[in-house]
Design a binder for this molecule. Structure first.
Ligand code: C2E
Ligand code: MG
Ligand code: MG
Length: 727
């Protein structure tokens, strides 16, 4: 039904909804300077009912007085004299009524004692009036006929106006719905609007029946229904009637209720039930159906919002809450003043599972871990997935966290069954408590993150609770990163060199380049203190490039001085992951003219187990003649199979074993094993960190090939190294 069609409905059987008592009277204003006219009119119409309503008169004796009356109240009809203060005072007033008083509905019957002065036809055409009568026609019969015609027309105009107003309400109501987000807010608004169309105070119910479900669910309840318990509100009779409307997809208009079926293009379906004092008119029914058509759009829209919201708050792979949902839950808990512990759980080396077994297995692993998390932490208030392999749990107390963690660790010890494989899974945990570790969601999230980092850094597979010192440490590292950046720009990095000797004959076999940072004059910071910060911030890429080029260039200086031995450069795993790495090495060799076999790259075991990428890169470099040493050997976790494929030239026994070599039997056994293993693999073995003669003696005994350490020489700048080598 369009608005135009609706307006053409015309005179309807519509009745006011409010119970009928005495209808309001017609208000009629008599404007005439002749007292007699007032008396005659009132007398002729006394006790008369026109269209079922009494008449109430007001009197004005001049145009001026009429203006005062009109400013006070609205009239249905004005009986207006033409000649009063002036010859056309009445005619002038007509114009004012329509414009100044903005009343298009009031009917006007002009009456004049001197018809000749204002010709009838001309007056009716030029002025918006109903009738033009001579005062000689003031008989009861004539007056009643004239008033009835005018008042009927007034009633029609008012009804049209009323229809227009209600229609406007319907249309603006549905426009308003489009702006409301969230199905419950929308349902309440719809109910309010339905009541407004029905012209009853807000009351009733709006229910939804979701797809595949039997029961109705109350979305909104207003008025007395809002105050009563749900089972009383949705009593059997009412629920049966609402279901019937849903089944029949039809509205039902009863003596004391309206049951409206609100169809949406998609499931679920909605139904409203509103109490009314009497059966509603046909006009109101049509208005309601017009509204229902419009509201569907709004409801459908709200569902869309709901779905969109759903996708923002639910992780599709695991069905867990998303970070957004977690943040919302934290904020709500904090607002309610409820304490909790936020636990971050991160899978160690998840990338390796993904790379090793494929993405499908990766997804299965994640789901298996989610199941284990749910079983281990039955008290968790929220379990969310924050990133590919990081989860967050909100727990009611630290005790609940500890109990859950011990259950989880017990479960993980047995490895995880994924697609027929037994996958060893390690996890690290960091947590922060509210209110102790933070008053707002953002701070608690940040602190749990810091604790997790700390757990990952130090002791894998362990749980760390947030500690203020972590944050201080983090701040220190952050400022370090800033300083590193400017240090590189200001060329405050230098290299020192530590010689490596062959044990058998004491010949120089190489030098290891070690990075130093001159923080301020005389303040030399060792690599151990800043390398991790450089790795974490990505600074290691430009810093590493600087080290490589400088080392290559300084080897040339050494060679010219007669010490043409390879220079060893330490690598970081981040460099091997950098796609520009190979080109960077080539560039350094080309620029300095260093033959590839005079460069040795030091890598660690753990760099080589992170998939095939780094292994291939190392093999490629060796094909080009560059040498490779495995640094810190013995601390990583290579399998023997991996070791056999190791694309290396030398093994460096980690200093930790050398330190204890002459103190503990176990250290000696390990050193012996490494030497034998290296030789079996066809590699030369270097011991680093040799500080004492006793260590030197034992290494010779074990058959170690080469040595490096304070006992033979500390790392020193190139000029110092040259000076001591010449001696
Ligand atoms: P690393 O490669 O195992 O280097 C050996 C470390 O042991 C050096 O410490 C060296 O000064 C120290 N050292 C040598 N002989 C002795 C000894 O007899 N006793 C003791 N106590 N220490 C000895 P530095 O220079 O502080 O380097 C620490 C680590 O930082 C290195 O371990 C290496 O992993 C890393 N690093 C150093 N320079 C670079 C670099 O240019 N790039 C990268 N990526 N890492 C570097
Ligand atoms: Mg090294
Ligand atoms: Mg080392």
């Amino acid at each position: 039904m369009s608005a135009q069609e609706y307006l053409r409905l015309g005179d309807d059987e519509s009745r006011p909804i409010t119970p009928q008592s005495e209808p309001p009277p017609w208000r009629v204003l008599i404007v005439d300077d002749d007292e007699q006219v007032h008396l005659v009119t009132r007398y002729a119409l006394r006790g008369q009912r026109i269209l079922g309503r009494r008449i109430e008169f007001d009197s004005a004796y001049s145009a001026e007085e009429a203006r005062m009356r009109l400013a006070e109240r609205r009239y249905s009809l004005i009986l207006l004299d033409v000649v009063m203060e002036t010859e056309d005072a009445g005619l002038k007033l007509v114009g004012e009524i329509r414009e100044r008083f903005d009343d298009p509905a009031v009917r006007i019957v002009l009456r004049t004692g001197q018809p000749g002065l204002a010709p009838e036809l001309q007056v009716i055409q030029n002025y918006d009036i109903n009738d033009y009568r001579s005062k000689s026609e003031l008989t009861t019969e004539r007056l009643v006929t004239s008033l009835t015609a005018a008042l009927r027309s007034y009633q029609q105009i008012c009804q049209m106006e009323e229809h227009r107003r209600r229609l406007e309400r319907v249309l603006s109501a549905s426009a308003e719905l489009l702006r409301i987000q969230g199905i419950e807010a929308l349902a309440e608004r719809v109910l309010i609007q339905l009541c407004s169309i029905l012209e009853v105070p807000p009351c009733g119910l709006l229910c939804v029946r979701r797809s595949g479900e039997e029961a109705l669910e109350v979305l909104a309840a207003l008025g007395p229904d809002a105050a009563r318990p749900p089972e009383e509100v949705l009593n059997p009779a009412r629920s049966a009637r609402m279901r019937a409307a849903l089944e029949a997809k039809r509205d039902e208009f009863g003596e004391d209720h309206v049951c409206l079926y609100l169809e949406t293009p998609r499931l679920p379906q909605f139904v409203a039930d509103i109490p009314v004092p009497m059966r509603v008119s046909g006009l109101t029914q049509r208005l309601l159906s017009l509204y229902a058509i419009n509201v569907m759009v709004g409801l459908d829209n709200a569902q869309l919002f709901e779905e969109l919201e759903q996708s923002a708050y639910v992780d599709p792979l695991t069905g867990l809450a998303t970070r957004l949902a977690l943040e919302r839950a934290l904020r709500e808990r904090i607002a309610r003043g409820e304490p909790f512990e936020l636990l971050f759980a991160d899978i160690d080396n998840f990338q390796a599972v993904n790379d090793g077994l494929g993405y499908e297995a990766g997804d299965h692993t994640l789901r298996a871990i989610v199941a284990v998390l749910k079983q281990s932490f039955p008290e968790a208030l929220v379990i969310a997935r924050l990133s590919a392999d990081t989860f967050a749990l909100v727990l009611p107390s630290a005790a609940a966290t500890d109990a859950g963690l011990s259950r989880l660790n017990a479960r993980l010890r047995g490895n995880l069954e994924v697609m027929g494989h037994r996958v060893p899974i390690g996890m690290s945990f960091g947590s922060a408590c509210h209110p102790e570790d933070g008053g707002d969601a953002a701070t608690i999230l940040r602190h749990a993150g810091i604790a997790l980092k700390q757990a990952k850094r130090g002791f894998r597979g362990s749980h760390q609770r947030f500690d203020r010192r972590y944050e201080d440490e983090l701040e220190r590292r952050l400022s370090l990163v800033g300083e590193l950046r400017s240090a590189l720009a200001e060329e405050r990095f230098t290299l020192v060199y530590q010689p490596q000797w062959r044990l058998a004959d004491g010949v120089l076999v190489g030098v290891e380049a070690l990075l130093r940072w001159q923080r301020s004059p005389g303040d030399w910071v060792s690599a151990a203190e800043f390398i991790t910060a450089a790795e974490d911030s990505g600074q290691i890429i430009p810093v590493g490039a600087f080290v490589l080029e400088r080392a290559c260039a300084e080897q040339r200086v050494l060679a010219q001085a007669g010490f043409d031995v390879p220079v060893s450069v330490n690598l970081s795993v981040r460099q091997l992951q950098d796609p520009g790495f190979l080109r960077m090495v080539e560039e350094a060799l080309r620029k300095t003219g260093l033959p590839p076999e005079r460069l040795e790259l030091e890598v660690t075991e753990s760099m080589l187990i992170g998939g095939e990428g780094p292994m291939d890169l190392i093999r490629e470099l060796r094909r080009r003649g560059v040498r490779v040493a495995v640094d810190d050997f013995g601390t990583g976790h290579s399998s023997l199979a991996r070791l056999r494929e190791l694309p290396a030239d030398r093994l460096k026994i980690d200093r930790a074993f050398v330190v204890e070599l002459d103190l503990r039997r176990e250290a000696r056994v390990i050193c012996e094993l490494v030497v034998k293993l290296g030789h079996a693999l066809g590699l030369r073995v270097v011991a680093e960190g040799v500080e004492r003669a006793t260590q030197d003696a034992l290494l010779r005994e074990l058959g170690c090939d080469e040595v490096q350490g304070f006992f033979y020489g500390r790392p020193v700048p190139l000029t110092e190294l040259l000076a001591s080598l010449r001696r």
